[in-house]
Write a protein of this length. Structure first.
Length: 329
């Protein structure tokens, strides 16, 4: 693939373990984006900033209990419902080089498309305007109406040794109109985010995607008559007090395979040892609790003990009374 931005030709022909590749597009996307090179070059062209994000990557482990013929329709349905129907182009690849770690990489576009298949802006510049001492943000389109209502943009003016934001009318009243130091009006730091991209970037949406993946995998496992199930919730949310392991990755496993010790793998070994010890202690505590429970059941109830004590007390009083009477007789 040639990157038109810098002219670099990226060669992936030796990439191993790619079992399936596919591009899925929303209905309003250009048909030529089925060409992977065309799609990502168009994504690159749309971004003007050198620090722009070009894509979002969604990685997911595939259930080893299912086959390739079962993974592909499951992925297509999940990607269509959770990404493409929202307006994203999706480029996904199934990696199956390690039979114990089949997984999918889903590359997603970040800009929504308009009805004509053109990229929309991720954000719009938001001008901080003032009216009657109140500051409010407006996009360029909104400012056309706001200006007629008396809202004014703010610019930097030199006041003594300081630079202060003021409206042109306020600067004219103070006689400092000629002291403007910048032609750029005051704006919010990051602008007004497109509501569509704002939703895509939200934590709420991430949770929906995780839940969607849980539903898709469990439906596929059920269809295949498999008993296994996955759960998108964390240990904390599920009420499990064990420590979750961390992702090791192929690099860490290669170090171990060559006889070395990977820091990530070592951390997981310690986590598993701690979890095993926790399970042992919990089992021991349960055994003690069960023993106590069984023993308590064999003991007389508190009412039986109280009744016995009362009868004993009555007998002692009777004996003492008889002893006193016998001395009198």
């Amino acid at each position: 693939m040639e990157n038109e931005y810098d002219g670099v030709l990226h060669n992936y022909t030796r990439k191993r373990g790619i079992a399936h590749q596919e591009i899925m597009l929303p209905l309003n996307a250009p048909a030529e984006w089925q060409d992977r090179e065309k799609l990502w070059n168009d994504v690159e062209t749309a971004e003007k900033s050198a620090t722009s994000r070009l894509a979002r990557e969604f990685n997911a482990a595939l259930p080893v209990e299912l086959s390739m013929e079962e993974w592909i329709p499951m992925l297509r349905e999940f990607i269509q419902k959770n990404f493409v129907d929202l307006g994203m182009a999706a480029d996904f690849s199934i990696h199956n080089i390690d039979p114990n770690n089949p997984h999918v990489h889903i590359m997603l576009t970040l800009r929504p498309l308009d009805e004509k298949g053109k990229w929309q802006a991720k954000t719009q510049k938001e001008y901080l305007c003032v009216k009657d001492g109140v500051e409010h943000g407006f996009t360029a389109e909104e400012y056309k109406t706001a200006q007629n209502e008396g809202w004014e943009k703010q610019y930097l003016y030199k006041v003594g040794n300081k630079k202060v934001y003021k409206t042109p009318s306020a600067a004219e009243e103070q006689g400092i109109s000629n002291q403007r130091t910048s032609k750029y009006p005051k704006c919010t730091k990051y602008g007004r985010q497109n509501p569509i991209t704002e939703q895509w970037n939200s934590e709420e949406q991430l949770k929906l995607w995780r839940k969607g993946w849980e539903i898709a995998v469990n439906a596929a496992l059920e269809k295949a008559s498999r008993p296994e199930r996955v759960d998108c919730r964390s240990f904390k949310d599920r009420g499990i007090d064990e420590i979750p392991t961390i992702h090791e990755g192929t690099a860490a496993r290669m170090i171990e395979k060559r006889g070395g010790i990977s820091e990530l793998c070592e951390i997981n070994r310690q986590i598993r040892a701690s979890n095993n010890e926790l399970r042992r202690l919990k089992a021991q505590m349960k055994q003690i609790a069960d023993t106590v429970k069984t023993t308590v059941k064999k003991l007389p109830s508190i009412f039986e003990i109280a009744d016995s004590l009362e009868r004993l007390r009555f007998s002692l009083i009777t004996m003492a009374y008889i002893t006193v009477l016998s001395t009198l007789w």
